[in-house]
Write a protein that binds this ligand. Structure first.
Ligand SMILES: Nc1ncnc2c1ncn2[C@@H]1O[C@H](COP(=O)(O)OP(=O)(O)O)[C@@H](O)[C@H]1O
Ligand SMILES: [Mg+2]
Length: 499
């Protein structure tokens, strides 16, 4: 279906693709894996005409082709769903699909007909998308299906999906894979980029592994394993499990009593009570959107008093009415789930980002002035200890891959030596080498006596890291389990249904 031969693509002096050759068989699902920065998105963007290669050849259906822009790709029946969706929030599904920026805007639209066609297409693959719904009113999972529909509406036979599952919950991912299988059965060819090895094993027929801009392996999925793939991806053996000793919890650091939180949709958290002690990791397992975000934000001090009820104690002190800044000063650090919204200033450099939250106080600032020597040293330390790549403090945060942005935030929050760490989705979108690293750091922090409250949509992650696990459903804690003695099936059941 598609053959890329000897593609080289450079950005300035960065060689993003170095003589990359990949062959994609018709009617298969082909996974592309590799660490952040390995060159996966670049090679796929070359295939879609988003970038022009410096050299190399592209064949579609055995014929040499020139793909100079996405129009050329669409004409060759190639569609791509990017890592970040390109939808207009205030328009409907159908409007987005027919007005997609890449078609250049059709003049005489027949919206009614489009609505019908899109509905038919959606029903055919059981996508459950309403063409008349506004983008801002539908879930992230549904938005992704709109992106798929957009490509299918233009008759794409080859679909390139760049990390489509990074934004999905495990349940949405399962549904999504059902759709991909139906598409394959209907004769489509699919290329999928993902970091999650279980997903690669579950969905793909073939796997191409990239490292440092090159292809380092091509395997049949049936003939490989998570362990082998991990070794190829990172270039060394990787621990896929978390190694830790039993926790030695000390006194209670965080006590939450009857905490309720309202958000725009109603009651998000309903009379939640629990404790986290020094030296333990307490996990919160649940399907996303069941109150986890509100819980973490309430403890961090980011929920308005009017929207919240109940009491929060930190080391015995009632902090319910303290500001987020005051709580941080007391020793509460927060690694937020939304790196772009709450974690970083994307257009500021790594030095500035490494002092966010402490930028106004000693030793970073005194008498209204920033201390540049202290800031430089601090940024350098974080970059070194947390292996932020590329290690250039003057780079803007935007220039880092998602995994490296996450390492920077984690490094910055660890630097505070917190007594309590609130951490949401610590490894979302992060590659396996960095996941191993982040997990080790979290365990080390626990062993040094920090109390950790962890939320993750990855059940494997939250069960592997936590010493105690609270299960949350519809804003209520419905149970506490010892994750070492409870199966994921049991926990999954508690997350989804009452008993
Ligand atoms: N538009 C760009 N400008 C400059 N450098 C880029 C650009 N896109 C990618 N790169 C660099 O090329 C390399 C490969 O990036 P990418 O293809 O995005 O990797 P992956 O998708 O595997 O994480 C990285 O070093 C990245 O920083
Ligand atoms: Mg990418």
């Amino acid at each position: 279906m598609l053959e890329l031969k000897n593609i080289t693509k450079t950005f300035g002096n960065v060689v993003a693709n170095d003589g990359v050759s990949i062959r994609i068989e018709k009617g298969t699902i082909h996974a592309i894996v590799g660490e952040n920065g390995a060159g996966k998105s670049t090679i796929m963007r070359v295939a879609y005409g988003f970038y022009t290669a410096d050299s190399g050849e592209v064949y579609v259906d055995g014929k040499a082709v020139q793909i100079k822009n996405p129009h050329d790709a669409i004409a060759l029946k190639i569609g791509m769903v990017h890592q970040h969706f390109m939808l207009v929030d205030t328009m409907t599904v159908a409007e987005n699909i027919i007005l997609g920026a890449e078609t250049g805007g059709a003049a005489n639209l027949d919206l009614e007909r489009a609505n019908k066609d899109i509905l038919a297409l959606s029903n055919e693959l059981r996508l459950g998308v309403d063409p008349r719904a506004r983008i801002e009113d539908i879930s992230v999972g549904a938005q992704q299906r709109v992106e798929l529909l957009k490509a299918l509406y233009r008759n794409a036979k080859l679909l390139i999906l760049d990390e489509p599952t990074a934004v999905l919950t495990p349940q949405e991912t399962e549904e999504f894979f059902g759709i991909l299988r139906r598409m394959r059965a209907a004769g489509k060819t699919i290329i999928i980029i993902t970091h999650k090895l279980e997903e690669v094993l579950a969905i793909s027929d073939f796997v191409t592994v990239m490292r440092d801009g090159r292809v380092v392996g091509n395997v049949k999925t049936a003939e490989t394993s998570a362990k082998d793939l991990a070794r190829m991806i990172v270039g060394r053996d990787v621990l896929l499990t978390v190694e830790k000793t039993d926790a030695q919890p000390k006194e209670a650091v965080l006590t939450v009593e009857n905490l309720s939180v309202k958000n725009a949709h109603g009651d998000a958290l309903d009379k939640v009570s629990f404790q986290v002690r020094a030296g333990e990791i307490v996990g919160v397992a649940g399907i996303e959107g069941n109150g986890q975000t509100e819980l973490i934000e309430a403890v961090a001090g980011l929920v308005a008093n009017a929207n919240q009820n109940g009491k929060i104690y930190f080391e015995g002190q009632n902090i319910t009415n303290l500001s987020a800044r005051r709580r941080k000063e007391l020793g509460i650090a927060h690694i937020p789930e939304d790196r772009h919204k709450r974690g970083l200033l994307l257009d500021s450099d790594l030095e500035e980002n490494s002092i966010l939250g402490v930028h106004y106080r000693l030793p970073v600032a005194s008498g209204g002035f920033l201390n540049s020597t202290v800031i430089e040293t601090r940024a350098k330390e974080i970059i070194e200890r947390f292996d932020v790549r590329p290690p250039n403090p003057q780079l803007s945060a935007r220039a880092l891959s998602g995994g490296n942005q996450q390492k920077l935030i984690i490094g910055r929050e660890f630097e505070l030596n917190p007594k309590l760490l609130l951490v949401s989705q610590p490894t979302r979108g992060v590659d396996i080498g960095a996941i191993e690293f982040i997990h080790r750091k979290l365990i080390a922090l626990r062993d040094a006596g920090t109390a950790v409250l962890l939320v993750s949509a990855e059940l494997e992650e939250v069960t592997a890291l936590s010493d105690r696990l609270l299960v949350i459903r519809q804003g209520k804690i419905v149970g506490e389990v010892n994750p070492a003695e409870t199966s994921n099936e049991e926990i999954g059941l508690m997350m989804t249904s009452g008993n």
